[in-house]
Design a binder for this molecule. Structure first.
Ligand SMILES: [Zn+2]
Length: 127
């Protein structure tokens, strides 16, 4: 499978679960229910909802290939956080996942996104 086939914005390839997830993502995006990191880094250009058929993830992308995911639980209002990944060691996760990861070892993401350390959820969880 090539990348093109794996990741799609073609709604005909979305199933019921993915359509619902897309709905939640768009609701959060429209309502501005997003993290501070999202506000700081996500571009307001070429914004699309994408579905990764391999991982099952539905996420929002921008012109710079930032990606964001809905991290709310079932009954909560949808809320978007950036999904970060390190091109050097392959480490990845949402802001909360990284903040809560006790085995966190990648320093590159913190170098790239110092805010995650200074005023993001990262610090809150680490305290
Ligand atoms: Zn890394």
């Amino acid at each position: 499978m090539t990348m093109e086939e794996t990741i799609t914005s073609d709604l005909s390839q979305f199933g019921g679960r993915e359509i619902e997830e897309q709905r939640q993502i768009l609701k959060a995006y429209y309502n501005g229910n997003v993290s501070q990191m999202f506000k700081d880094y996500f571009y307001d250009e070429k914004v699309e909802v994408m579905f990764n058929k391999m991982s099952g993830y539905v996420f929002l992308t921008d012109s710079e290939f930032n990606s964001a995911m809905n991290v709310s639980q079932d009954d909560q209002e949808p809320f978007l956080e950036l999904h970060l990944n390190c091109s050097e060691c392959g480490y990845e996760g949402t802001e909360t996942e990284i903040a809560e990861d006790e085995n966190y070892r990648c320093e590159h993401i913190l170098e790239q996104y110092p805010d995650l350390k200074e005023n993001g959820s990262f610090v809150k969880a680490k305290k």
